[in-house]
Design a protein around this ligand. Sequence first.
Ligand code: SAH
Ligand code: SF4
Length: 361
Amino acid sequence: MLNLIFDKIDRQIELSKENLIFLLNLKEKDDIKLLLNKAYEIKSAEVGKKVYYRGIIEFSNVCTKDCFYCGIRKSNTETERFMLDEESILNSAKFAHENRYGSIVLQSGEQSNPTFISFVENILKKIKQLSNNKLGITLSVGEQSDETYKRWFKAGAHRYLLRIETSNKKLYQKLHPESHDFNCRVNCLKLLRKNGYQVGTGVMIKLPYQTIEQLADDIIFFKNMDIDMIGMGPYLPHKNSLLTKLFPDAPNMSKLLELSLKMIAVTRIHLRNVNIAATTALQAIHPKGREQGLLAGANIIMPNLTDTEFRAPYQLYDNKPCIDENSKMCSACLSSRITGIGEEIGLDQWGDSPHFLKKHE
Ligand code: SAH
Ligand code: SF4
């Protein structure tokens, strides 16, 4: 069966849902190795052996939402809330620019009041100014109105990351309070596309109740929604989240890593020329998790640019790596890790999704 599927992949015939499930279910170490190698081969052909940086600034943990899995959900009263001021955000952006990162991500909890909207708009404009329009900017600040997405695009954001978390509506409802609406999230992805953004989404892997079939459906969802960028990672418990209270058992880290890598590989095989991130959560489950993600088909890394003192309160899950380090340490550590596995770093470049560029040729 594996050979038949590989043959389809080589001839660029679209895989069926059953094929995707088969690949995600592979158990033998040798078969999994073949799968990851196949994905790496496609990555090399479609997007090159090149890694692009998105320096991530986690600028606020204030959130109006209450996602059951998240460490900074509104109901967690044990986290001290912070919002970085303009100067610290601009300093981190400057660091990214001077260190030739090419692009940054501004991420935070979700707020949609007028003060927040203007704050983000103003920051976007200032980052564009300080970098002579050179730094690319991705936003990841949740569900917003059409008008807000328009304002932020005009101010300089050109990519947006909004994970669907799971493409299965019933599972989505189990993981969120009733006020969080799956259809609204899907609609936001459509609004982002309409407004000209490169659109990123993704899911958490090995959520409670989640099945392999649903993960295959997630990959099909990415394709049907014509997504340009993927950011996925393992679901990890947070000590104060509701989900951890219901499912207190610690995950089996090696199984979690294996499934996460298979998801990256199968996504690369099915979507071919999109950008895929090797996320920080991968590193949380294995010291070389991100490198392994790159070797399984990912091509984006998101080095942390947040000031060290604010890393601890921005914990979406427990044991987040590098919270005691600073941006300089992260930068030096990363470049040796990447070149160590034979990949080049795309410095000073936006590293846009080839999938997006192809649509706009
Ligand atoms: N508030 C914004 C962006 C910040 S949260 C939003 O929700 O879109 C960024 C991502 O962190 C979420 O999309 C979710 O997939 C991930 N996340 C939250 N809690 C997590 C957990 N316990 N384990 C792994 N990832 C988690
Ligand atoms: Fe808020 Fe995002 Fe966490 Fe949900 S996942 S509680 S929106 S920060």
